[in-house]
Design a protein around this ligand. Structure first.
Ligand code: USQ
Length: 386
């Protein structure tokens, strides 16, 4: 299969490229290095060392993965999007090239606008380019579990049956996102549903939970690391907790720490995306996958990291609750359904504890590098003035 990965330089994009190439698929990728630039702006960098794209492509070849065709450019530019869809003529395109940080989108108006415009326009560009230049292409689009928010009822996969004033319908489940970033994904989902309805495009809209991990099998075998962010803007919670533990910094649940989300290891994320690619939707089908392994509270994750670090490394780790920089529920019901990927064969390969141990072991090799980034860890981005 020919797969075009938009955002191939990113945390998931690079890992997915490794996985698909290993599986024998022909992979091309696009990126404009937005994340690298913005991470540098907050004084940080990937905690795991990664090469330039040219260097990465050379290493892929020398490690036997083969050739990755790379397009440098911005997918919110329509000419660029049309050009790469025309040139790549992919069977599937995976759209991972959106601004992915909730805190970044909350820094101020400039960042909110940048996130809104670029994310939504990139998906519009994609549906138009596919309709005009490659209408049979499967669009696999990364949305987020955060589109749903934390409702006090169960969360289905995209749609639910509702009875109101004596009448029934099957409708999209209400969305209630928690940052400008998360709202862009809601708008994307609406736009994808509409593009599917009017043009019969085949779409998988993935509601993915928070991804964690330093490696997938291909990274463990080759050392071809993917980026791994730990600063307050670009790092996600469990990745940050593990980096905090190994570098002797306090582990920082925000507020009460009862916030609960769906989580999955990076290994599972690429496995699920590969499953979705190898089991495409029917012609003109729009389908939704809730993509996560299990739901955990932030407190539970902090405790697991502390316990495993202390047991395995014989040193102590401190959990320190800090004022929550976000506006979110800190204690709530959370019960999302995740059946669709399981029906296609998804089973998590490793337990949470096993994965945390791998993360701590991998990060342990880069403690001086992580300590240099310690000034970027504590929150400086607030949803509203503290
Ligand atoms: N949190 C802490 N301590 C920290 C960092 C975060 O308690 O040091 C808490 C946050 O307050 C939040 C939860 O952990 O309640 C998750 O935060 P996060 O930064 O790990 O994840 P989030 O901002 O939700 O976004 C991440 C990715 C995003 C993806 C999303 C999936 O950056 O691209 O869409 O996870 S989901 O959370 O399901 O929406």
């Amino acid at each position: 299969m020919k797969v075009l990965i938009l955002g191939v330089d990113g945390y998931i994009g690079w890992s997915l490229a490794l996985r698909l190439m290993k599986m024998g698929h022909t992979v091309s990728g696009a990126d404009n290095f937005f994340t690298r630039r913005r991470v540098r702006e907050v004084g940080s960098e990937s905690a795991l060392p990664i090469g330039t794209m040219a260097g990465r492509i050379r290493e892929l070849e020398s490690s036997g993965f083969g050739d990755l065709e790379f397009f440098r450019g911005d997918v919110s530019n329509a000419d660029f999007m049309y050009r790469i869809i025309r040139e790549a003529q992919p069977d599937a395109v995976v759209h991972l090239a959106e601004q992915r940080s909730a805190p970044y989108s909350m820094i101020g108006l400039k960042q909110a606008t940048d996130t809104m415009v670029k994310n939504i326009v990139s998906t519009l560009n994609l549906v138009y380019a596919v309709k005009d230049a490659a209408p049979d292409t499967h669009i696999l689009k990364l949305g987020t579990m955060g589109e749903y928010g934390t409702p006090n009822i169960d969360i289905p996969e995209g749609f639910f049956d509702i009875e109101y004033n004596g009448r029934k319908d099957h409708l999209p489940f209400p969305k209630n996102a928690g940052s400008w970033y998360h709202w862009t994904k809601v708008h994307d989902s609406n736009n994808l549903m509409f593009a599917n309805r009017v043009w019969n495009l085949s779409v998988t809209d993935v509601m993915q939970g928070v991804v964690y991990g330093t490696r997938i099998d291909e990274i463990a075998e080759t050392g071809l690391y993917t980026r791994y962010d730990i600063d307050e803007v670009w790092g996600t919670v469990l990745n940050r907790f593990c980096a905090q533990a190994v570098s002797g910094l306090p582990i920082t649940p925000y507020g009460e720490g009862g916030q609960t989300r769906g989580f999955l290891p990076l290994e599972d994320s690429v496995t699920c995306l590969a499953i979705a690619l190898e089991n495409p939707p029917g012609d003109g089908e729009y389908r939704v996958f809730n993509q996560f392994d299990k739901a955990y509270s932030v407190n539970y994750l902090a405790e697991r990291v502390k316990e495993i670090y202390e047991r395995e490394f014989g040193k102590s780790a401190e959990i320190r609750h800090i004022d929550n920089p976000r506006v979110e529920r800190e204690s709530h019901y959370y019960h999302p359904v995740n059946e669709n990927l399981k029906k296609l064969g998804y089973r998590s390969k490793r337990t949470l504890d096993e994965e945390i141990l791998h993360m701590l072991q991998d990060l342990q090799q880069f403690v001086p590098r992580i300590r240099k980034l310690s000034g970027t860890i504590m929150p400086r981005t607030f949803w509203k003035a503290p």
